[in-house]
Design a protein around this ligand. Structure first.
Ligand code: NAD
Ligand code: IPM
Ligand code: MN
Length: 360
């Protein structure tokens, strides 16, 4: 039986609550699909600062290095914002992990599930056209990792992109578009930014290797508007680090909730860190009301990308549709009879245990 070594970094806020549901679902999958998950649960972020004085203790990094994949919750919150910037959970743990493992390729799929378009805040005539978008976000360069300066009177962040950094994420986006609807929309601000001009140039070069894919360049401000107006026009989005961060939250809102959007951050060896696109949601932490779907779908992406277990990944995704069908949804998705975080996890796990068996 295959052993899957998984470092579990639940983190802060709603992280531990939604992580428990992802593990519940993974355990149900392990039974059905005959693999053996070996979890190593370690502290990260604010929880690690509180316990050990630093956001990414050596033992946590070591657990990640010894694993095949990292399942990550979320980090940060008001309790730690007084710390010097470099010690805060987001930078000291999450950005550090992305950099350490060279997780340059961030994938955020956003869609409307057939029959659940009403979860979206967009108009029915817009949702009727459907949405199925995969956002590719460059994750280890750009303004996040450029030189930063701060004096009393000024502050600066620098955006630098190397050709190779743009090329490798562009190739991933095009490779995916080949197997989808054959369209890449590359997002930039080439009318203002030098790095945007280079971005456009390199993406156009990569496009020549993929004649079957249509490439469209779009300024980010227009893209933010077009996504709301008619998301059905997009197939694969290709974004730099900052624009991808912003537009992926917009995608989540269009889908219905930040609690629905999973994410995979992978490197050239397909080692990955899998986490919800949203954060620690301090406003609802501890109430058992957070939506665990983004975390559960992140576990599905982990099975797909790091363990090449497509059947188990699909079973989870179908289980999520099942939970939605059964109206087993949290308060972010309904105002009438929302269920708890744990009930959503139960519904997905139960589907995998009982109904996936019937497929075999
Ligand atoms: P957030 O994503 O935590 O929350 C934004 C809004 O979305 C809140 O109203 C929250 O309740 C809601 N929301 C998010 N996830 C939800 C879920 N699963 N179910 C239901 N509602 C959900 O963003 P924020 O408030 O700007 O940030 C809070 C903290 O999280 C900050 O410290 C931020 O830096 C951090 N953060 C961490 C990550 C990460 O670890 N990957 C990602 C984003 C933000
Ligand atoms: C995300 C988050 C992170 C980012 C933060 C917490 C550093 O917002 O994963 O989208 O900006 O990349
Ligand atoms: Mn974000």
């Amino acid at each position: 039986m295959s052993i899957y070594k998984i470092a579990v970094l639940a983190g802060d806020g709603i992280g531990p609550e939604v992580m428990a549901e992802a593990i519940k679902v993974l355990d149900a999958c392990a039974q059905r699909f005959h693999f053996q998950p070996q979890y190593q649960a370690v502290k990260v972020g604010g929880a690690a600062i509180d316990a050990y004085g630093e956001a990414l203790p050596a033992a946590t990094l070591q657990a990640c290095e010894q694993s095949d994949a990292i399942l990550f919750g979320s980090v940060g919150g008001p309790k730690w914002t007084h710390l010097p910037a470099a010690q805060q959970p987001e930078r000291a743990a999450l950005l550090k992990l992305r950099q350490h493992f060279d997780l340059f390729c961030n994938i955020r799929p956003a869609r409307w599930y057939a029959g659940f378009e009403h979860l979206s805040p967009l108009k029915p005539q817009t949702t009727a056209k459907g949405m199925d978008i995969v956002c590719f976000r460059e994750l280890t360069s750009g303004i996040y990792f450029g030189a930063k300066e701060r004096s009393e009177q000024s502050a600066s962040d620098t955006q630098t992109y190397q050709r190779d950094e743009i090329r490798r994420i562009a190739i991933k986006a095009f490779q995916t578009a080949v197997h989808r609807r054959g369209k890449v929309t590359s997002i930039d601000k080439a009318n203002v930014m030098a790095s945007g001009v280079l971005w456009r140039e390199v993406v156009s070069e990569v496009a020549q290797q993929f004649p079957q894919v249509q490439l469209e360049h779009m300024y980010v401000d227009n893209a933010a508007m077009q996504l709301i107006r008619d998301p059905s026009q997009f197939d694969v989005l290709l974004c730099d680090n900052l624009f991808g961060d912003i537009l992926s939250d917009e995608l989540a809102a269009i889908a219905g909730s930040l609690g629905l959007l999973p994410s995979a951050s992978i490197n050239a060896s397909r080692f990955g860190l899998y986490e919800p696109a949203g954060g620690s949601a301090p406003d609802i932490a501890g109430q058992g009301s957070a939506n665990p779907i983004a975390q559960i779908l992140s576990a599905a992406l982990m099975l797909r990308y790091s363990f090449a277990n497509e059947a188990a990944a699909c079973a989870i995704e179908t289980g999520v549709t099942h939970a939605l069908k059964q109206q087993q949804v949290t308060a972010d998705l309904t105002s009438t009879n929302p269920v708890s975080t744990a009930r959503v996890g139960d519904a997905v796990a139960q589907f995998i245990t009982e109904e996936v068996a019937a497929w075999a």
